[in-house]
Design a protein around this ligand. Structure first.
Ligand code: EPZ
Length: 473
């Protein structure tokens, strides 16, 4: 199993460029199922989750070509499909595979998609996706761990979903996306109330509009999708990854560094910039560049995660790593996922003083952290340990780093270019998760893709009794 060895204590310095957003690329890749025409997506990050999406799309029958010469672009075409199914082996590897449901149902009238189980960060049901599809007329059944759904047929071939009004009890990102995808080919207009407002939703709306669906209100709480009988292709560039950008800003601050993050959109990072500046970090924004400097004393702050534009749950762990050494007390409240403090015990191993009480973590700043062996449990928890280790004294060995590969493109290279001292040690065997499809990060399993279960790499090895890897157990 790979490890990353980090020698901390060096302030990061220099400039780094943000990659495309994984969480924007994934729903857009699935949008390609909606059209028989050519769909071109640029700035797709080279991360394991996007490779898993590619495998699933190919399984369904999407023709997919990666254009290496154009950087990270892919061209997709779906004249027809080979299968209505998103199998468990891929859904357990990546939870976002559930986004195949809406497009398959809308265009081909049927879908069979494995139900994602719980995951490292919470139980994460998909009830809101399914209730929304049912409101659009779908017949939704559960059978042997799969959701089998079909669109109502009134003489149309294939059967079609029907637009309707759907009020989400919680602004779920995935449910909003799945329903937008489905609504784009439904008969009539769908109104999604209490929709998620994340930038990734706006990016998906742009693509669906380019394909011919009329999407209004994306970025607000009410989204209106006027469905079309057919959709065309698209040519789109994925937005920059706000979570990656935020991670670098926090890492720079945690090491007392001076880093400019280029390609970032400050309007996507408002709550983080406010939090960092409240903690005493100097920030300057100019165009798509954000410069962060943390030379003076830093102080604790209170932060609660919330749907956009609130503080993102995907930056909670990284911010906690930073606050471990800020003077005074910080209280972090996690409101989105019920189990997203798995990194706390690992931070404590590095010398942090953190107490968890339900959804609240109280962090008392300590003067320094000390390197140790720690274990990643999900995507953002792993990168939080990297952030902590970069600011810690001595050497940290981070295990189960396959979680990182799900969502960070060239992380080690980018950090090394900023002066960090870290290296990956390749292990001889694949992971527990590889064998069992461990759930993590985006809820889904991690490493399958990064370690080869999907990529056809190393052979699986069972680490008996392995635990704390973010698996659902
Ligand atoms: C997306 O997950 C992101 N994943 C997550 O990023 C992110 O943490 C999350 O949104 C919140 O911002 C992708 O975009 C691929 P939700 P998603 O539906 O769509 C509950 C990362 O690290 N809920 O907004 O699954 C759910 O249990 C990952 O990159 C229901 O109860 O998030 C959770 O508590 C991790 N029923 C809350 O809503 C449902 O049907 C938010 O989930 C759906 C969700």
């Amino acid at each position: 199993m790979d490890e990353i060895i980090i020698r901390g204590g060096r302030p990061l310095a220099g400039t780094t460029l943000v990659s495309g957003a994984k969480n924007a690329a994934l729903p857009i890749l699935f949008a390609s199922i909606l059209s028989p025409e050519r769909c071109r997506l640029e700035n797709v990050p080279k991360v394991a989750d996007c490779r898993t999406a590619r495998h699933l799309l190919e399984r369904i029958g999407v023709e997919l070509v990666e254009l290496e010469e154009a950087g990270s672009a892919v061209v997709l075409r779906t004249p027809t499909i080979l299968s209505y199914e998103a199998p468990y082996e891929l859904v357990k590897t990546m939870r976002a595979s559930f986004l195949a449901l809406g497009p398959l149902l809308a265009r081909f009238g049927a879908a069979r998609v494995a139900t994602p189980g719980g995951c490292a960060i919470g139980s994460r049901p998909v009830d809101l996706h399914l209730e929304g599809m049912a409101r659009m007329g779908a017949d939704v059944r559960h059978s042997h761990g799969y959701v089998e759904a079909s669109a109502p047929s009134r003489g149309e071939s294939p059967a079609r979903l029907r637009g309707t009004r759907i009020a989400l009890p919680f602004p779920s990102v995935g449910a909003t996306e799945n329903l937008m995808l489905a609504a784009s080919l439904a008969i009539g207009t769908t109104v999604i109330e209490n929709a998620a407002r994340e930038p990734e939703i706006v990016d998906l709306a742009e693509v669906l509009s380019e394909m011919g669906a009329h999407v209004g209100g994306a970025g607000s709480s009410v989204i209106e999708v006027h469905g079309r009988d057919e959709l065309g292709g698209f040519c789109h560039r994925v937005i920059p990854d706000r979570i990656e950008a935020g991670t670098f800003l926090i890492a720079a601050a945690a090491t007392g560094g001076d880093v400019t993050v280029r390609g970032a959109r400050s309007e996507h990072l408002g709550s983080l910039l406010e939090a960092l500046s409240g903690a005493g970090v100097d920030l300057e924004t100019e165009g798509d560049a954000i410069r962060v400097r943390a030379s003076r004393g830093l102080r604790g702050i209170d932060v609660a995660t919330a749907p956009f534009p609130g503080f993102p749950t995907d930056l909670q762990a990284q911010l906690m790593a930073f606050l471990c050494r800020a003077e005074g007390e910080s209280v972090i409240t996690e409101t989105i996922f019920e189990n997203r403090f798995m990194h706390v015990q690992e931070l404590v191993r590095l010398g942090a003083d953190i107490r968890v009480d339900g959804s609240k973590a109280t962090v008392r700043g300590v003067p320094s952290l000390e390197g140790a062996e720690v274990m990643a449990t999900d995507l953002r928890a792993s990168v939080c340990l990297v952030v902590a280790a970069l600011g810690a004294a001595n050497t940290t060995r981070l295990q189960r780093v396959y979680h990182l590969d799900r969502g960070y493109e060239h992380l080690e290279e980018k950090l090394t270019a900023l002066g960090a001292d870290l290296r990956r040690v390749r292990g001889p065997a694949a992971t527990f998760a590889h064998t069992f499809g461990d759930e993590s990060g985006d809820g889904a399993g991690s490493s399958g893709a990064s370690n080869g279960s999907v990529e056809g790499g190393e052979p699986p090895v069972l680490h008996a009794g392995a635990r704390g890897d973010g698996s659902a157990s």
